[in-house]
Design a protein around this ligand. Structure first.
Ligand code: GH3
Ligand code: MG
Ligand code: MG
Ligand code: MG
Ligand code: MG
Length: 300
């Protein structure tokens, strides 16, 4: 483990550094806040051993600085010659985790380092598990594309980005035609399979890295197209209809074609939508028109 030792007193630095080394950890020894912050920015530090009384910036202030700058928790153990309860309390309040009085015994120091590192590892595992869960919570398990929550998150971001860069942002709302009939005749499991196939075809029509597809609801998908004009979006919609015609996912009970088709509503931030929600609403209204006009078509 990399142990950062911060102390303005060279003798103490040397003694503590030697103890850390004897415990088979790597001491990184510095004399104050400038060097400490520099090491923290450039190296992976597992535990910080922090002096309290130092000129310029003391250990309590440096602890607050560390907690403010680094989001990852690094255990901080204070090492102070002063064994006052007030120092200890202030140290913990400043964001420290433990407090040892100098001179310190090597066994105790090493045991404290191990205990802190163990908690840090658990916290890291928890953070990673949380991150994974958060990612999973944005994915639709049936089709593996983003779900509605994922879409809303991404849309919020794209909206800000496109406003900032004064770019057009287009959105397609797609709904499978006569899908109830598909389910009724082929059964739900094949309906699920069909949704997967449609998602695959739609994903295949994505062009740029920032474009995305989401399953918005049952048999409804949303495609988000940043930096795409309305007329470009319309031609993308037509390409999607063509791609599904080519895929020929058999649907003998559709009134419009012997395979699965979609209707598409298109909206864009240039059409006056004031926020991401309005963008979705406009696409939804356009989709309704596409259905009314006979399905398997795009409407702006
Ligand atoms: P329209 O052309 O007007 O869109 O007609 P439709 O039949 O597609 O529309 P409707 O809203 O009446 O039916 C949608 C169907 O989608 C009904 C529902 O059973 C089915 N569905 C929704 N979610 C799923 C799913 O996860 N799996 C399967 N297999 N079917 C689903
Ligand atoms: Mg000191
Ligand atoms: Mg629907
Ligand atoms: Mg419907
Ligand atoms: Mg439908």
């Amino acid at each position: 483990m990399n142990i950062l030792v911060v102390d303005d007193n060279k003798c103490i630095r040397d003694v503590i550094g030697a103890m850390v080394l004897a415990s088979e950890h790597q001491p990184i020894v510095v004399d104050g806040h400038v060097a400490a912050l520099d090491k923290l920015r450039r190296l992976v530090i597992d535990v910080i051993l922090m002096d309290i009384e130092m000129p310029e910036v003391d250990g309590l202030t440096l602890t607050r600085m560390v907690r403010k700058e680094f989001s990852q928790w690094i255990p901080i153990i204070f090492l102070s010659a002063n064994d006052s309860a007030r120092y200890l309390a202030e140290g913990i309040e400043a964001g420290g985790d433990d407090y040892l009085t100098k001179p310190v015994k090597e066994e105790i120091l090493n045991a404290k380092i191990l205990a802190m590192a163990r908690i840090a590892r658990m916290k890291q595992q928890l953070d990673e598990a949380n991150k994974k869960l958060e990612m999973l919570s944005c994915i639709d398990p049936l089709t593996n594309v983003l779900n509605r929550r994922g879409l809303e998150r991404e849309l919020q971001e794209s909206w800000q980005q496109n406003i900032k860069q004064r770019q057009e942002l287009s959105l397609l709302m797609l709904d499978i035609d006569f899908f109830k009939a598909y389910n009724d005749h082929y059964g739900h499991p094949r309906g699920d399979q069909c949704l997967r196939q449609v998602a695959t075809v739609l994903t295949g029509t994505l062009l740029k890295g920032e474009e995305l597809l989401a399953r918005y609801g049952g048999e409804e998908f949303v495609m988000l197209l940043p930096a795409t004009s309305l007329s470009q979006a319309r031609s993308r919609g037509r390409n999607i209809i063509a791609a599904l015609n080519q895929a020929e996912i058999v649907h003998e009970f559709s009134d419009i074609a012997p395979w699965v088709t979609v209707s598409i509503g298109i909206s864009s931030n240039t059409l006056g939508a004031k926020n991401p929600l309005a963008l979705i609403e406009q696409a939804d209204q356009a989709l309704y028109q596409a259905k009314r006009r006979g399905r398997m078509q795009c409407v702006l």
